[in-house]
Design a protein around this ligand. Structure first.
Ligand code: NAP
Length: 344
């Protein structure tokens, strides 16, 4: 897949289209000596990462920076942003690379998000890849979760991905290249105990991604939805403090991944233009099981879904049975200890 990229003509005044003959439409600049592209394009990739100051977003930024990309980190806390910028800059592969920080709440005001992203593009050039990673979670039983948490989570996790994407999509379509990544979650593939506020926000991203992909594919813009498993990040540590016992026990049936590993997979899938991005064997199984009418990137992917769907459904039913029994056991234990308390 070759991409048409705009470069300045030799007199430096006009822009012209050239076909980047690099291996991927997103050609990370590894420096002039290792660039395979002979078309005259600089092949430098400009990446915007919301939630880039922590956890998975930070690791995605580092992964891309190591490959020569120019990075814009977007989050609210300025100190955390500056600290992360310093950390990322240690991995520079050439002295031209830039890390820009933008402090904004991606969930509040569309116009503000649009303005700051415009400013970033004026400084670094048009964005090639937007990773929507800003997100947060609240766990608890449905009736125990504050009503405003449902609204807040939908705003941050869903609208916080809509706004930045809406702000950059026209430029991507115009340039006929680009990548939009939505960081959903395995909780965006199946609903689990404790995630009544979080799961719907991550399911919503899948609907957005499917519809958007159909619109932008003819423009050579590709959408990726990532479904990370439990991942060791500051956000995960915070969430774990208030997780109900049932949620903890269900989570413990699979292992916790490292953010660097998750980031590597997401970046690779985004560069390849894969619609689905999952990590590990559980992630692979869930992606097949929930493929539904989602786009496929290759015939092989489609065939794998057709062949594996039945057997994975059987395995999935065993998992669901064991999750239900965890929930039942916890309920019985709780009721037992409550009646013991009463009799004391
Ligand atoms: N860790 C996991 O186990 C896991 C699993 C599946 C999916 N995910 C998803 O992966 C993404 C990253 O998770 P993480 O665990 O790496 O989280 P994290 O360590 O808590 O980082 C969250 C990032 O989002 C930013 N952010 C939060 N709210 C924001 C807002 N309103 N506007 C702008 N930036 C905001 C935070 O910075 P500020 O607070 O300074 O704004 C921070 O940079 C989330 O979407 C999460 O739902 C995580």
């Amino acid at each position: 897949m070759n991409a048409v990229i705009q470069v300045r003509s030799s007199d430096g005044r006009k822009w012209k289209d050239v076909t980047c003959v690099g291996l991927s439409p997103i050609r990370f600049d590894k420096g002039p000596s290792s660039c395979e592209c002979s078309s005259g394009c600089s092949c430098r990739t400009r990446l915007h990462v919301t939630g880039g100051s922590s956890g998975i977003g930070k690791c995605i930024a580092i992964e891309c920076y190591k490959q020569g990309a120019f990075i814009t980190l977007i989050a609210r806390d300025e100190n955390k942003l500056l600290q992360t910028k310093k950390e990322i800059e240690k991995y520079s592969v050439n002295d031209k690379q830039v890390v820009l920080c933008i402090s904004v709440d991606v969930s509040k005001d569309y116009e503000q998000v649009e303005n700051v992203l415009k400013q970033a593009q004026e400084k670094l050039g048009p964005v090639d890849m937007l990773v929507n990673c800003a997100g947060t979670s609240v766990t608890g039983k449905f009736e125990d979760i504050e009503v405003n948490s449902f609204e807040r989570l939908m705003a941050v996790n869903y609208l916080g991905s809509v706004y930045p994407s809406r702000a950059v999509i026209a430029t991507m379509k115009e340039r006929r290249m680009g990548r939009i990544v939505f960081v959903s979650s395995q909780a965006g593939q199946l609903g689990l105990f404790g995630y009544t506020a979080y799961s719907p926000t991550k399911f919503a991203l899948r609907g957005l991604a499917e519809a958007l992909q159909m619109e932008v594919k003819p423009y050579n813009v590709y959408v990726t939805v990532a479904y990370p498993p439990d991942t060791d990040t500051p956000g995960f540590a915070e969430e774990s403090k208030t997780k109900p016992l049932e949620t903890k026990l269900i989570s413990e049936t699979s292992s916790v991944c490292q953010a660097e590993q998750v980031a590597r997979v997401i970046v690779k899938d985004a560069i390849q233009g894969n619609f689905n991005s999952s990590v590990g064997s559980d992630g692979y199984m869930l992606s097949i099981l929930t493929s539904g009418m989602s786009p496929v990137t290759s015939i092989t992917e489609g065939l794998q879904q057709v062949v594996c769907m039945g057997i994975f459904r059987i395995i999935g039913l065993f998992y669901l049975g064991s999750f239900d029994s965890i929930v039942r056991r916890c309920m019985m234990q709780r009721e037992k200890s409550e009646s013991a308390d009463k009799t004391e």
